[in-house]
Design a protein around this ligand. Structure first.
Ligand code: SF4
Length: 190
């Protein structure tokens, strides 16, 4: 079972990849990049767990193109993740993997997950290299890697900032994406 924080169905190519996707935020990250905006996902805890069958059910019910794995750090749960990814790939769903690791740092289960992903966004977030105008990435050192398959020739489109703002039932502002300090200040108007 995978420990996760939240999931949603989303269509936002700039942030999460092409088509309609199951966006899954995993819980737990050992990398602790300075300036990470997802610190609430660092702690390893098993409050919410999800398995292959439930993920597959969601993908089929929502008729998604694939899954986007976001952090937390997906490869810190690589052993459990591998079973899920194998099943999804057999069913022809695409996999987009956001990871703070580089390929040379990983082996075994993590490397197997890496090899099955269609698009990988790889590398630590480095605060001094932060750039708001990149597709998928938060800092210029991070790399986008594509494998054979549907997205083999995918062209990354940098040059704009995209944020998704939503307000929950308690009135809290939720921001997804790479946002500038100006937008962040909206949170103070609650
Ligand atoms: S790898 Fe991702 S989730 Fe983990 S600390 Fe770095 S930016 Fe945050």
């Amino acid at each position: 079972m995978i420990s996760y924080y939240d999931y949603q169905i989303i269509e936002n190519e700039h942030l999460y990849g092409p088509g309609k996707r199951l966006l899954l935020f995993l819980q737990g990250c050992s990398l602790h990049c300075e300036g990470c905006v997802n610190k609430h996902l660092w702690e390893f805890k098993k409050t919410k767990l999800i398995g292959t069958n439930e993920i597959l059910d969601i993908c089929e019910r929502e008729n998604v193109d694939g899954i986007t794995l976001h952090g937390g750090e997906p490869l810190d749960q690589a052993k459990d993740l591998l079973e899920v990814i194998k099943t999804l790939k057999e069913k022809k769903y695409t996999v987009i993997l956001f990871t703070g690791y580089n390929k040379k740092e990983i082996k075994s289960y993590a490397l197997a997950v890496w090899k099955l992903a269609d698009i990988i966004i790889s590398g630590r977030f480095i605060f001094s290299k932060q750039n708001f105008y990149l597709q998928f990435r938060g800092s210029t050192n991070q790399r986008v890697i594509t494998h054979k398959g549907k997205y083999k020739n995918y062209k990354v489109k940098d040059g704009k900032t995209v944020s998704i703002l939503s307000i929950d039932s308690s009135g809290n502002l939720n921001i997804k994406g790479f946002y500038s300090k100006d937008i962040k200040e909206i949170t103070h108007f609650k």
